[in-house]
Design a protein around this ligand. Structure first.
Ligand code: ATP
Ligand code: MG
Length: 416
């Protein structure tokens, strides 16, 4: 038996309806807020991710599925969506007509991490990006949309954590302060962090290893090093969140794992997921589009972990269980052909009909109707057809009645 690849999974009927409901809710919300869908490929040239995510990140260092294609060109299964959205924005010169764009995209991402609850190697994200706006209100709008989505999906235990990462003006000064601190505490850091502390000290703040977390307790705060412009930006974010009644916590250790993030950064955390407590993350990446060869364009966005969201969305799954409106039990080859015609025609009218294609007894057909949860069964046998009628059985009350063929559709609709 060939099994699926470790860290990958199937989303089966029974579970998939929940995913569809989440997706439907997210799409409707995005459309209401003026976001347009963009679909990007699941593979890109490796250099796109190396450049945008950053060489010393966990993702680029050890999580990417990268391989040479048949001509030897290095390609990567996308570990995230933002880099591709920006590539697309630049490549199609979307800025020429209107530099301000709001996009959303939903799809699979790939990271070769250690599989565990809430952590897969193929997982799904719901992404949103606002490109071309440097106002802090764009960040606030994203956080508002996230929390609205979670509330519509009855996810209650969520909290917004925010921070600012500064900009290329003020971050170097903070990095120096942080490096000084790290040098004095390097004995307690994991080997990755010992290496990162010189190349990219901010990464150490993001390390998940418990010893590193402890070692960082007294680390300097970026918020004490923001330049006046970044400070004002962050003050407006906090003020606007308060004005629209969004509760939040400032978390000075919150940094994103990606190099291109600037200023506002945020994460939505939940107490319902155990160790994998981040259900969404995002923030500004004002430097990315220029770094990828496009015009100097500010941008901000988020990614929701769809798998984690599906885990905590408290929707009543039985509400979207699909049952047929009618099950047609035909007896004999001739009647089977006849009801097959009906079934096809009814399908076009939105009547969900099901039937047995093979030659089965009435008893076994009734069993199947029951298993499918059909509300009504139409019994079509020679005797009935001779009289121009069929039998309609209500599966709940078990009451049967004979109805003329020409009234069948009307009766089904009336009772379904
Ligand atoms: P984490 O801290 O959990 O590793 P991350 O910082 O790597 O998350 P992002 O790159 O910001 O995550 O991705 C956004 C969201 O995607 C995360 O908040 C999380 O919900 C989800 N996510 C990330 N990696 C995985 C994974 N391997 N499996 C399932 N969901 C994931
Ligand atoms: Mg990660």
């Amino acid at each position: 038996m060939i099994q699926l690849i470790k860290g990958f999974k199937d989303i089966l009927p029974g579970e998939v309806e929940l995913w569809q409901e989440i997706e439907k809710t997210a799409r409707a919300l995005f459309e209401d807020f003026g976001f347009k869908e963009i679909r990007i490929p699941i593979m890109e040239r490796t250099e796109l991710f190396a450049k945008s995510i950053g060489e010393d990140t966990d993702i680029v260092e050890k999580e990417m599925y990268t391989f040479p294609d048949r001509k030897g060109e290095l390609i990567t299964l996308r570990p995230e969506a933002t880099a591709s959205v920006c590539r697309s924005y630049i490549q199609h010169k979307l800025y020429a007509k209107d530099p301000v764009r709001k996009f959303y995209t939903i799809g699979p991402m790939f990271r070769r991490e250690r599989p565990q609850k809430g952590r897969y190697r193929q997982f799904y994200q719901i992404n949103a990006e606002i490109i071309g706006v440097d106002s802090p209100l764009a960040d606030v709008e994203l956080i508002f949309i996230l929390l609205t989505l979670f509330s519509r999906l009855s996810v209650s235990d969520v909290a917004a954590h925010i921070n600012s990462l500064g900009c290329p003006e003020c971050r170097p000064e903070f990095k120096t302060a942080l490096s000084g601190f790290l040098t004095s505490s390097s004995g307690n850091l994991c080997s990755d962090c010992v290496r990162r502390k010189d190349r990219n000290p901010l990464r150490v703040l993001d390390c998940k290893v418990p010893a590193c977390r402890t070692a960082m307790t007294g680390a300097p705060s970026i918020l004490d090093h923001l330049c006046p412009a970044c400070n004002e930006h962050f003050e407006i974010v906090k003020g606007a969140l308060k004005a629209i009644n969004v509760p939040f916590t400032v978390d000075k250790k919150l940094v994103r794992g990606l190099d291109y993030y600037t200023r506002t950064t945020f994460e939505i955390q939940t107490g319902e997921l155990g160790a994998q407590n981040a259900v969404a993350g995002g923030g500004r990446y004002d430097g990315l589009i220029k770094a990828l060869g496009g015009p100097d364009t500010p941008a901000t966005g988020f990614a929701i972990g769809f798998d984690r969201l599906a885990e905590i969305a408290d929707l009543n799954r039985t509400d979207f269980a699909q049952t047929p409106d009618i099950y047609i039990a035909a007896l004999g080859e001739k009647n089977r052909s006849l009801v097959f015609e009906w079934k096809c025609a009814w399908g076009l009218e939105g009547i969900k009909a099901d039937m047995e294609f093979g030659d089965k007894s009435l008893k076994s057909q009734m069993k199947r109707a029951h298993r499918l949860g059909a509300k009504q069964v139409l019994i079509v046998g020679d005797n009935e057809i001779k009289q121009g009628a069929v039998i309609l059985r209500d599966m709940t009350t078990k009451v049967q009645m004979s109805i003329p063929i020409e009234d069948v559709v009307e009766k089904i609709i009336e009772r379904s």
